[in-house]
Design a binder for this molecule. Sequence first.
Ligand code: FES
Length: 117
Amino acid sequence: MSGPTQASSAENLSMLKIMIETSDGGFMERAAVAGETLMAALRDAGEVEGTCGGCCSCATCHVHISSQWMTRIGAVSEDELTLLEDLDGYEPERSRLSCQILMEEKLDGIEIAIPSE
Ligand code: FES
């Protein structure tokens, strides 16, 4: 029977929450699969472009990360920082390229904002 097999496969995929701050200070929720990048989840939801596909060369996946979550993600690389610093919406304490962030359990519920540049 294919039904139960498909259901158990779906259950094995760990779904994580992404909380996107809205202009009125609230949050809307999007989903990510553990193991994909934050950019891939946001691009699939139509929230960022991710033009280069995650090669760290376009910066169209720029996001602002809430401060309490910044300590849970890896350090920014030299290449990423070079792109970030050229952006109008760059904020040193909050800016990251979402293609450089791998979604995993410790990021379930991550709070971000999409800069309006
Ligand atoms: S998708 Fe191009 S830099 Fe992130």
